[in-house]
Design a protein around this ligand. Structure first.
Ligand code: UGA
Length: 451
């Protein structure tokens, strides 16, 4: 590829694919992004981001305007011909048994393989989708070789390059990665991708790990499983704290975090983890490991803790209000975390379902996820336009997502607006001493008599 910037293509315009595409385009690379979804591509070509993500909209519009980025529907043949390297960032959803569904990986590999058949020059395929160990070697490579009639490593290169971006800061994470992991079938494939990243990051090249395809695949799962374990661990400590008068998990976590071996991040106790990654990846790693003959009991417990954790919010309501039949419960926060409208595996889903099962009337508010929530709950709950409207005349309020604007609500806001000021802090955003002095306050990980 020499000194000239290589042309990049991306298959799949989801969070990972689009942030990768816009990231490279914003640094002057010519990028084409290909997806089967016509509506999504049409939005992209109009300079409109198809989902909410800070900075993405602005950078996408800029890249479309200056011509560094373009979207294509189903033109894998074109992107192989016109670009030097293709990132594959298609979805890998869960099947009913928790294992991952590789249908999109397989179909895009077939398309890429067919297109590679007609290409004379060297091209590198890079799997960015989260796939269980062995997939790139045993599923992707044979399909590419069969369809292209070329030998992997000779006719084309193959890498596995997991992505560690977080929703809500996905674009920033793409520009400022903490590490780059490159698994490769051979040295040439890995060197090509390494050179691309060296050009992209310049003087700010993150730590680089070069390894095998399977190790790269496992690094992604191990990282997410570790973070999910930290969350279920601190939620377990929170549950223990609730049995100990005077104990507070926040203080426990803060002190634990000062030990460098533990670290302060991902020790926020709450209603558990949601999103499109942790729940799916923990399940997939368990299923993959079982299929290889090892039952990872620790991970099964991590999942179990996460399943029961959100329902504690309903239990707290019951403890304060008794029977929930006909009670108005206000829910603040619908998104699986702040700064996104994504509700995949959001903890609010089991909470609302349980409240409705017990006959409660639910009113909900989220700064940006209400439209998405309507597709999930329909008219089974009501939707408010502000936090204050949501809590009006309610019997209890549950903080489900820790949006900044909820942190600004004062005890008086709750007292003035609610029928009875029962506040359940599911994300530990309020100071327990101040709030417990004025309200009927319950919080995750707070020993009973801290009020
Ligand atoms: C996660 C990882 O953080 C990324 O590194 C990874 O690349 C991504 O999955 C992925 O595999 O694509 P994300 O799902 O965007 O990113 O969100 P996180 O910020 O990790 O939060 C996940 C969930 O954990 C949220 O529901 C959040 O509320 C919860 N959480 C997080 C806690 O309950 N406590 C914490 O201390 C931290």
């Amino acid at each position: 590829m020499g000194l000239k910037k290589p042309n990049i293509s991306v298959v799949g315009a989801g969070y990972v694919g689009l942030c990768t595409a816009v990231g490279f385009a914003s640094r002057g690379y010519r990028v084409s992004v290909c997806d089967v979804d016509e509506k999504k591509i049409s939005k992209i070509n109009q300079g409109v981001a198809p989902f909410h993500e800070p900075m993405l909209q602005e950078k996408l519009a800029e890249s479309i305007q200056n011509g560094t980025l373009k979207g294509l529907v189903n033109r894998v043949d074109w992107i192989i011909e016109e670009t030097d390297l293709t990132f594959v960032a298609v979805g890998t959803p869960s099947k009913a048994d928790g294992s991952i569904d590789l249908q999109y990986i397989e179909s895009s590999s077939r398309e890429l393989g067919k297109a590679l058949k007609n290409k004379d020059s060297y091209h590198v395929i890079v799997i960015k989708s989260t796939v269980v160990p062995g997939t790139t070697q045993n599923v992707v490579k044979p399909i590419l070789e069969r369809e292209s009639k070329k030998k992997c490593g000779a006719g084309f290169g193959l890498c596995m390059n997991p992505e560690f971006l977080r929703q809500g800061s996905a674009f920033q994470d793409t520009l400022n990665a903490e590490r780059v992991v490159i698994g490769s079938i051979d040295k040439q494939s890995g060197d090509t991708l390494e050179n691309l990243y060296k050009g992209f990051y310049g003087a700010h090249m993150p730590s680089l790990i070069r390894t095998t395809l399977s190790t790269a695949e496992l690094i992604k799962y191990a990282s997410n499983a570790m973070l999910a374990t930290k969350i279920s661990f601190i939620n377990t400590i929170a549950n223990i704290c609730e049995q100990i008068p005077g104990a507070d998990v926040k203080v426990v976590a803060k002190a634990m975090g000062l030990d460098k071996r533990i670290g302060p991040l991902f020790l926020d106790a709450g209603l558990g983890y949601g999103g499109s990654c942790f729940p799916k990846d923990v399940k997939a790693l368990i299923a993959c490991s079982k299929s290889l003959g090892y039952v990872p009991e620790l991970l099964a417990s991590v999942e179990q803790v996460n399943k029961t954790q959100p329902l504690k919010a309903v239990k707290f309501c019951r403890e304060r209000l008794g029977n929930l039949e006909g009670k108005k419960i206000a829910i603040l926060g619908l998104a699986f975390k702040p700064d996104t409208d994504d509700m995949r595996e959001a903890r609010v889903i089991p909470i609302v379902n349980q409240l409705l099962n017990e006959g409660a009337n639910v009113s909900a508010y989220d700064p940006i996820a209400t439209q998405v929530a309507k597709t999930i709950f329909g008219n089974r709950i009501s939707y408010a336009c502000s936090a204050l409207e949501c809590i009006k005349n309610s019997d209890a309020c549950i903080i489900v997502t820790e949006w900044e604007e909820f942190k600004k609500l004062t005890p008086d806001d709750y007292i003035k607006n609610m029928k009875q000021p029962v506040l359940i802090d599911g994300r530990r955003i309020y100071d327990p001493i101040t709030y417990a002095a004025k309200l009927e306050f319950t919080a995750i990980g707070l020993g009973k008599n801290v009020e």
